[in-house]
Structures are given as C-alpha cells and as structure tokens.
Design a protein around this ligand. Structure first.
Ligand SMILES: *[C@@H]1O[C@H](CO)[C@@H](O)[C@H](O)[C@H]1NC(C)=O
Length: 312
C-alpha cells in the first residue's frame, strides 16, 4: 500500500512537471517559427553592440536608447562595463549614436544597469529622463534632467520603494510620477524561478508619485513593456508570457480600468487589425524588445545585442 502511494505521488509529481514544462515552453514560444517580413532599407546602428533594450524618441527626433543591460539569465557582451544611455538624432541623414555623459555627485556610474526608460517634458520644455536601474540587481528609478547643449544627463534623484522591487519598464506621467511594471513578485532568486516556471502570474503594475504609491493592476504572467497613448487617456501593458497587450483606461485619480486585451499569438487572424511590418529569424537581430517610429523610419532595439534602423 505504501509503495502504491509512493508510486502514485511520484506519478502525480511527474505529470505535474511534464504539464508545467510543456506550458512553460508554450509561454516562452520556444518552438515558434518566424516567417520573415522584410523592409527595403535597413541598417544596423553603428556603435550599438551590447543592447538597446528600451528607447524613446522625442517629437524633435532625438532618440534616447538604454544600452548594456545585465539581467539574470540573459547574455551580456560587456558584463564588466557599466550600462549607458545613448543619444541618436534621427533628423540626420546617416545617424550615429553618442553616449550621454552623466553628471551629479551622488550618482554611482560604475553600477549603472539601465533597463526601461521614459521621458517627461514639462511646460517650459525641460526634458526629464526616468530610467529603471538595477545596481547590483536591485531596482531603482533614476531621475535625470536632459541637457541638450552639453549632451549630458544631470542626475537629480534616486527613487526606491517597497512596491518597486522588480522593475522592468516605466512610463512617465510627470517629472517624478510614473507607472511601472514589476516583472516578478518575489525578489529571492529561488522563489523567482518557481514563480516563473509555475506561471503564478503574480507580476503587477504600480503608480508612483512622491505622495502616493499604489498597485493599479496585477495578475500578470510577466508584465513587461508599458506605455501610454499620445492623448494620455489609455495605458498599454505587455504581458510577455501570455502573449497579450492589455489596454486600460486611465482615470484622473490614476486608477486603471481594463478596456480590452489584444492577443499577439494570432496577430494575422484577429481583430483589432494588427500589421506585422518587420520580422526576422535571428540572423540580423536577436531578442528584440522595442520599436518606435519617426517620420517614416523604424528604430528597433534588442535586449543584449544590436539595433536596426529601417525605412517603413
Ligand atoms: C477613481 O476614479 C474612477 C473613475 O472616475 C472611479 O470609478 C473610482 O471609484 C475612483 N477610485 C478611487 C479609489 O477614488
């Protein structure tokens, strides 16, 4: 009887494991084949070799690019160098990148590990750059003022909070106000792996301001990118392992109500209409994370590798 019990438990355990392994692979899209969609005129951006995980283009055509991310389990081509913020002027004929100098006495440049970024421009056209940072694999948000003449970032402040433990991306809605995704619930490495593997979907989104910090949406299977519509009415959240984009209505009190979900796996079949403008099987770009458009040009970034600039 005891033997039968042990065998049953073992069988149950194995079945659970197999089930989770299969769904884990499906969540990761591990066996997906990519059919290429080409664009006529693409060039790799010179000077980007170790990541362009996030980028944002200002209405003026200046692009900020976060480069050199170190993230557990992900390749880094420059593991011993700090990350950096690059600037690219998309108005130029053949734009190149330059590294923005960081000034401000309180900022530790040697542990800079930038991830998601977002800008906020105030009434007198001051541009603030908010950067998710992982010094020693912790999570902070660094607030910078962009100084265009000097091509530098003045460090103003480091933001830490217990509701911001595992930051991935942010979208700024004020100089010190933002929504942020936490891609995991647990901080501990061991618990994080199980959380991901079992698909607990405990990842969540927080609104932060100097006076109020609050969870505004939760239950995500790895909340990843976050952005806001140009009119500021809607917030978009990418749920990486569920292959979905969630659309939320943003209220005056900063709460979010779910409006609809766009499923990405049936991109060619479903409403609303989604157009795939570029796809590539990994020979040119690996691990692309972000893309943005300026005047008919498409700039695509990757987690740990290059960046591509194409005509649409
Ligand atoms: C926030 O605003 C929305 C829409 O006006 C309202 O439905 C909701 O009750 C408000 N929530 C809080 C906590 O005030």
């Amino acid at each position: 009887m005891a033997k039968l019990m042990v065998l049953t438990l073992l069988g149950l355990g194995l079945a659970l494991f197999r089930d989770h392994r299969a769904s884990y692979q499906a969540r990761l899209n591990a066996f997906r084949e990519v059919k290429p969609v080409e664009l006529p005129n693409c060039n790799l951006v010179k000077g980007i070799e170790s990541g362009s995980e996030d980028l944002e283009i200002l209405p003026s055509g200046l692009a900020f690019i976060s480069s050199g991310l170190k993230y557990p389990g992900i390749k880094s081509f420059e593991p011993d160098k700090p990350g950096k913020i690059l600037l690219m002027d998309l108005n130029e004929e053949d734009p190149t990148v330059l590294e923005l100098k960081i000034t401000g006495s309180k900022f530790d440049h040697s542990s800079f590990n930038p991830h998601g970024i977002s800008t906020f421009t105030d009434e007198d056209n001051t541009v603030y750059l908010l950067v998710v940072n992982h010094p020693d694999f912790k999570s902070t948000v660094e607030l910078f003022k962009f100084q265009e003449e000097e091509k530098s970032l003045l460090h103003l402040k480091t933001i830490r909070h217990e509701l911001l433990p595992n930051l991935n991306d942010i979208v700024a809605v004020g100089p010190e106000h933002f929504y942020a995704t936490n891609d995991h619930y647990f901080v501990d490495h061991y618990l994080r792996s199980w959380e991901l593997y079992l698909g607990l979907a405990w990842s969540y989104v927080v609104y932060y301001s100097p006076t109020e910090v609050q969870v505004m949406a939760d239950g995500f299977d790895f909340a990843n990118g976050i952005n806001i519509s140009p009119d500021g009415k809607y917030v978009y959240i990418g749920e990486l392992l569920a292959h979905k984009i969630h659309v939320y209505e943003k209220h005056a009190n900063w709460t979010l109500t779910p409006l609809k979900v766009i499923r990405i796996q049936n991109i060619l079949a479903e409403e609303p209409k989604v157009t795939r403008v570029y796809a590539e099987n990994g020979t040119v770009l690996q691990g692309s994370t972000v893309a943005s458009v300026y005047k008919g040009k498409l700039l695509i970034g990757t987690v740990f590798q290059k960046a591509l600039y194409c005509e649409l």
